[in-house]
Design a protein around this ligand. Sequence first.
Ligand code: SF4
Length: 236
Amino acid sequence: MGFYKVTYSAEYRRATVHNTGCNFRCLGCAYKLTGRPTPGRMLSLNEIRAGLSALEIDRVHLMGGEPTTNPQLPEVLRFCKDGLRVRTYLGHTNGSRLITENLHGTNVSLKAFSPEKHLEYTGHPREPVYDNFRAAFGAGLEMKASCVYIPEYIAEDEIAGMADFVASVDPAIPFHIMGYIPVPGAMWRRPMEDEMAAIVALARERLETVGFSHLTPEQALDLTARDDRFKVVQVL
Ligand code: SF4
């Protein structure tokens, strides 16, 4: 578990520090499709600090697995904010250990709304996630939320619950719905076009800014073909 790679987008003046390791065990985790990274070694704090210092950047994203499980995270955030004076974001977090210090914004991947389904799907209680989300907004972080729509499992009632929760924090918080991409070992299917449209409409009744993606497994394995934000070079 640790930070193992740094990538860079000159166009977006952004570095991304990649973590491996997660505290959740989501039944539909996309790593079951792509495979978890198997880095040869982890980066030291000195390597990360030197690597980031050499780049022309305005922002640093931390992501991969669950970045808040990484004990190096607080120091990397502190260095980015105080040392480099750039903006800091968690590209994705499950929200269970969300921190706010030296962080400008975060995208929280909500998994389920009902406590029973959250526990079943992730192996962890939902309360810390929702409490942390509200607290982070209260602390002034730029918040985004996302979820995965799984027909007949994380379906209408769960998506509505998550959207209602985000709206109760602030209906202007951007919300992104991903159509489930089938992974090995899980029984669910990919949503159909009309189901995806209906679930997006349901969320748009509750929130001001709702986006979505509905990728095939092949598209998910080559994100650079659809979004130039994924066109990066590895610098460490
Ligand atoms: S929180 Fe994300 S990385 Fe961790 S198991 Fe769940 S889907 Fe996978």
